[in-house]
Design a binder for this molecule. Structure first.
Ligand code: AMP
Length: 216
């Protein structure tokens, strides 16, 4: 089984939803840098204060900050069981740093799962996305409605729209993806680690395809 995994794909491709399904099914640690930053913003830590303006505008948090955060998290004992990196790396310096970190703690990357999705669908998904403030569970105003409007099915927490899920921030996020993150697909292809999946097949089919691939 492949257990040290990077999930890649543009914003809205379904990385977070898939990561939550895989984490439960395969007992892996889910490491989402976006969630870590949002938690830090909620707690108003120094990290949160620094990250907030970058995130609100759709910009990337500086590499040295993000790399330090991931290095610390990956070194923790629970990651021995295997981990899913969701939203990291997003730049070439992050990918290079990750290779070094993974080597130094003997937790090398087994595979990079890339989710393909066309831009119209990304915009549709992101503009209708709602997230639980408590547990982070994802919803959509049309395709993934909660049982009670505005309330999380899982924990009863309130649903909200992320500040960076607006049209302006999304444009910036997609540009960062095209210019800084997409080139990493080549980087991982050359290392023989890349496996791509079409995320338009629906979340249950995607989960079945990816989880059976990871179990091989
Ligand atoms: P996400 O939840 O993955 O969409 O991330 C939300 C935001 O957090 C991004 O738009 C960035 O501002 C920031 N962020 C998350 N991961 C990274 C990363 N690896 N490098 C830089 N910024 C990041």
């Amino acid at each position: 089984m492949k257990k040290n995994i990077i999930l890649m794909g543009p914003p809205g491709a379904g990385k977070g939803t898939l990561a939550k399904q895989l984490k439960d099914a395969l007992h892996l640690v889910h490491i989402s840098t976006g969630d870590m930053f949002r938690d830090a913003i909620k707690a108003q830590t120094e990290l949160g204060k620094l990250a907030q303006s970058y995130i609100d505008h759709g910009d990337l948090v500086p590499d040295e900050v993000t790399i330090g955060l991931v290095k610390e998290r990956l070194s923790q004992k629970d990651c021995e069981a295997g981990f899913l990196l969701d939203g990291f790396p997003r730049t070439l310096p992050q990918a290079e740093a990750l290779s070094e970190i993974a080597k130094s703690i003997s937790r090398e990357i087994d595979v990079v799962v890339n989710l393909d999705c066309d831009v119209d669908e990304l915009v549709r998904r992101i503009s209708g996305r709602r997230v639980c403030k408590n547990c982070g569970a994802p919803y959509h105003v049309i395709t993934m409605k909660p049982k009670v409007e505005g309330v999380c099915d899982l924990c009863g927490g309130p649903l909200y729209q992320r500040k960076d899920d607006n049209e302006d921030a999304l444009k910036v996020r997609l540009t960062h993806y095209e210019e800084e993150t997409k080139p990493l697909l080549d980087y991982y292809q050359k290392l023989g680690l890349l496996a791509s999946f079409n995320s338009l097949v629906g979340k249950e089919n995607l989960f079945d395809e990816v989880s059976s691939f990871l179990k091989k």
